[in-house]
Write a protein that binds this ligand. Structure first.
Ligand SMILES: CC(C)(COP(=O)(O)OP(=O)(O)OC[C@H]1O[C@@H](n2cnc3c(N)ncnc32)[C@H](O)[C@@H]1OP(=O)(O)O)[C@@H](O)C(=O)NCCC(=O)NCCS
Length: 175
């Protein structure tokens, strides 16, 4: 795959259907085999409604970018700052809230491209650090973040349906 053929597109309100599709597909690919169908459905039905996605895309403190190969969406990233961050809500921080790539494209630097976009925005905004939360058992993502200079600074509870999971909070300083 030639990565110069991948375009990063800022997601607008007209792209909610495409965002919903890539969001559900990548979440299922990543986590369906590790969780009950009920807990997956509970999360997906709450997180990926048209209304919720529309609100998120319209939030001036959030930005979504989709990675597109020709006409196909193969991954996306959501970054949030200020009050749109899920926790901390520190003006000095920027959250990489979601970063997801279709399984068949893993290991081809698509995640890196999406991550670099987040880093670029954080640098432009003169943020001090980038942070994120990641499930403690998500070894792939943990390796990716460690490779990108993140370190664990805390851990928080996260409910996936009725399953209490631990998210590791990771941070990378920019200056
Ligand atoms: C995490 C994720 C976004 C990484 O994207 P990717 O496109 O596969 O990663 P890249 O190909 O861009 O890799 C970038 C660097 O990270 C490293 N890396 C990526 N996955 C890795 C793994 N599983 N183990 C070790 N290193 C890894 C690569 O080696 C690469 O470094 P290199 O240039 O020195 O080789 C992707 O695996 C994914 O979508 N996973 C499922 C969804 C998910 O868990 N998202 C995170 C939720 S918190």
């Amino acid at each position: 795959m030639n990565n110069t053929a991948i375009q990063l597109i800022r997601v607008g309100t007209g792209d909610v259907n495409a965002l919903k599709e890539i969001g559900i597909n990548t979440f299922n690919e990543a986590f369906a085999h590790l969780n009950t169908p009920e807990n997956m459905a509970h999360y997906l039905n709450a997180a990926f409604t048209d209304q919720k996605l529309l609100e998120e895309v319209s939030n001036p403190c959030s930005e979504f970018y989709m990675a597109r190969l020709d006409t196909r969406v193969i991954g996306y990233v959501k970054i949030s700052h200020g009050p749109a961050q899920t926790e901390l809500k520190d003006e000095a921080g920027l959250e990489i809230e979601r970063i997801y790539v279709l399984q068949e494209f893993h290991g081809k630097k698509v995640g890196q491209l999406l991550f670099n976009k987040g880093l670029e925005i954080a640098t432009q905004m003169k943020k001090t650090y980038v942070w994120l939360g990641v499930w403690e058992h998500n070894a792939k993502a943990l390796a990716f973040y460690k490779k990108n200079g993140f370190e664990v600074f805390d851990s928080h509870d996260f409910w996936l349906g009725d399953d209490l999971q631990i998210d590791l909070m990771m941070k990378r300083y920019l200056i």
